[in-house]
Design a protein around this ligand. Structure first.
Ligand code: IMP
Ligand code: MG
Length: 178
């Protein structure tokens, strides 16, 4: 018996586009003309950050961080490890962390502590997806695209075992026996 992966559409490309545009204009209003450094959490946040940034009408800078997350398992593992750090200091800057999804909150909880120590002017969090039922670590999220049920999703940057990131929509991944 072998397992076959199945992807069922949960959120369409059109709905993602609409929501990302809304988030972009909320962020634009919030910062009121001040510059913002958007920090993308690689790799899942890439699609979201580039699309979001196109909808933000402010002076924007990009930086990228990579922290260890899930391997080929769909279950969260231990503490986070920084694989790629910021390229430039964030002291005195408005920092906007752009993340694909918050699950237990472990990644963001540790990352927020790390970045707060660098004395930014402000630090806010924007996630496209949130699984509130799964929260174990308390993190304050300023902007959320969609709350989703406790299921494993792929597409629009999110992977399973590094695959499916290029899907333009969000799908729920399931495994069928064959
Ligand atoms: P947390 O630290 O438990 O909040 O996990 C956050 C990270 O786990 C995300 O940045 C994703 O990389 C990964 N993750 C959590 N849920 C999913 C999912 O449903 N699909 C794909 N990746 C996920
Ligand atoms: Mg991620």
């Amino acid at each position: 018996m072998s397992k076959v992966e199945n992807v069922a559409v949960l959120i369409s490309e059109e709905d993602i586009k609409k929501r990302v545009a809304e988030l972009g204009s909320e962020i634009t209003d919030y910062y009121n003309g001040e510059p913002v450094k958007m920090i993308c959490i690689l790799k899942g946040g890439v699609m979201f950050m580039v699309d979001l940034a196109k909808n933000v009408n402010l002076p924007v800078m990009f930086d990228f961080m990579s922290v260890s997350s899930y391997g080929s398992s769909t279950v969260s593992s231990g503490n986070i490890k920084i694989l790629k750090d910021l390229d430039a200091p964030i002291e005195g800057q408005n920092v906007l962390i752009v993340e694909d999804i918050i699950d237990s909150g472990r990644t963001l909880y540790h990352l927020l502590g790390y970045l707060e120590n660098k004395n930014p002017k402000s630090i806010k969090l924007c996630t496209l997806f949130d699984k509130p039922e799964r929260r174990e670590f308390d993190v304050e999220v300023e902007w959320t695209g969609f709350n989703i049920p406790d299921e494993f999703i792929v597409g629009y940057g999110l992977d399973f075992d590094e695959r499916y990131r290029n899907l333009p929509y969000i799908g729920v991944l399931s495994f069928d026996e064959e």
